[in-house]
Design a protein around this ligand. Structure first.
Ligand SMILES: NC(=O)c1ccc[n+]([C@@H]2O[C@H](COP(=O)([O-])OP(=O)(O)OC[C@H]3O[C@@H](n4cnc5c(N)ncnc54)[C@H](O)[C@@H]3O)[C@@H](O)[C@H]2O)c1
Ligand SMILES: [Zn+2]
Length: 372
């Protein structure tokens, strides 16, 4: 990428979904330097949480002075994507007489975005929805593509809807307050886009790892822009995950197993990084990924402060968790497998012996916590 593109400007991407197309604006300081969104209705519900709202709520409300804004806060953490909070937000909307011509703005990470989106999809059969994602993961992944959901005791994201926002506003300055682990987790998804779709972007990430680790605004703007472009292209081609959208799950089948077994110590992006390495090693073992590409993937993840070894678990335990994956068809797991940097495929996989060898090689007895 030319250095001109790294200038500190606003970038806009359009997610092309016909009449439901929408813009994603990305840049440093956007929350205060441009109008938030065009044509917002009078009634606005600002949904955020107790961590993010004190940091950025005033900036958002300052731009909405001519609107009636009701702020609803949820608690921090994955547990907030609950039926109880869904109902509480509905109560707030009804109590304040919100009509169908209202808008819901999500200000926060993926948890706030997923809940707000599901509320927007279902309040009075659907009202306008806007996203201001504030974690790197939400900026490059959860705010793009229209998946919304809440959790059920029986599993994560079991109740939800496909519902696209009207616009997404990404202010890279929000990332200055994010903790190091959550920041690295977002980078795991950024690296994923390079591996599955864009060798040039992967090389750019390698060349700019220092700027990324320092959260340099211009580097972040480009990394987020390219990630959103790739996700937007995939979503435009396959909105409801019938085909190519599944490639976005690189590292996730293994990652979900790690998360399920060690939910208290492993974060999603960390588990995805360790899972990506297993998928890459499996392909390397089968002579379908060069040793050079394998090493580049491992090195980049490490340099971005992500774990590259999984916790040790008996193969049956991996099997149990991996069989729950939503990509399983007729009892056979289907894996996203990198065959080169910039290229991946989705493949049914029944050779558990080869899988067991790859998992064992890429696991470590001390990796029960990614921080070790
Ligand atoms: N809809 C999708 O397509 C999709 C895709 C991926 C993940 N998700 C969902 O996203 C969720 C995870 O998202 P996440 O990683 O953003 O988690 P999160 O929303 O819990 O945010 C992580 C932490 O960062 C805090 N935080 C957020 N912004 C901050 C900021 N600017 N400064 C300081 N702290 C900040 C949050 O309060 C939280 O403690 C999961 O529920 C997952 O299921 C959805
Ligand atoms: Zn993910």
């Amino acid at each position: 990428m030319s250095e001109a593109l790294m200038q500190n400007t606003t970038q806009q991407i359009i997610v092309g979904l016909g009449e439901r197309s929408y813009p994603i604006d990305i840049g440093a300081g956007l929350l205060s330097r441009t109008p938030l969104f065009e044509q917002l209705p009078q009634q606005i519900l600002l949904l955020s949480n107790t961590i993010v709202e004190p940091l950025y709520g005033d900036k958002v409300r300052a731009q909405l002075q001519h609107h009636t804004v009701v702020t609803h806060l949820i608690e921090d953490g994955e547990g907030a994507k609950s039926f109880a909070n869904y109902e509480a937000v509905m109560d707030t909307l009804i109590r304040h007489n919100f009509n169908r011509d209202c808008a819901i703005i999500a200000l926060g990470g993926g948890v706030v975005g997923d809940l707000a989106g599901f509320v927007a999809a279902t309040y009075q059969r659907g009202v306008a929805f806007y996203q201001i994602p504030t974690t790197l993961l939400a900026q490059v992944d959860s705010s793009v593509g229209g998946k919304t959901a809440i959790n059920h005791a029986g599993g994560k994201n079991l109740v939800g809807a496909f519902y696209q926002p009207r616009a997404v506003l990404i202010d890279t300055d929000c990332l200055t307050t994010l903790n190091a682990r959550d920041y690295a987790c977002g980078l795991a998804e950024v690296v994923k886009y390079g591996i599955i779709a864009d060798a040039e972007f992967f090389a750019w990430l390698e060349a700019h790892q220092n700027e990324l680790n320092q959260r340099d605004a211009a580097a972040l703007t480009y990394a987020i822009q390219r990630s959103c472009e790739i996700k937007a292209e995939v979503v435009a081609a396959d909105e409801r995950e019938q085909s190519v959208r599944a490639l976005l799950n690189l590292g996730h089948t293994f990652g979900h197993a790690i998360e399920a077994a060690h939910y208290e110590s492993w974060k999603h992006g960390e588990a995805v990084a360790a899972g990506t390495i297993i998928a890459a090693y499996l392909m390397h073992q089968q002579d379908r990924l060069s040793s050079n590409d394998f090493t580049r993937i491992e090195t980049l993840l490490q340099q971005l402060n992500l774990p590259v070894r999984a916790p040790q678990m008996p193969l049956e335990r991996w099997q149990t968790f991996m069989q729950r994956d939503k990509k399983v068809q007729a009892g056979v797991v289907r894996l996203v497998l990198p065959t080169a940097i910039g290229q991946a495929c989705l493949e049914p996989w029944s050779d558990w012996q080869a899988l067991g060898t790859a998992i064992a090689a890429m696991s470590h007895p001390d990796a029960h916590s990614p921080l070790l």
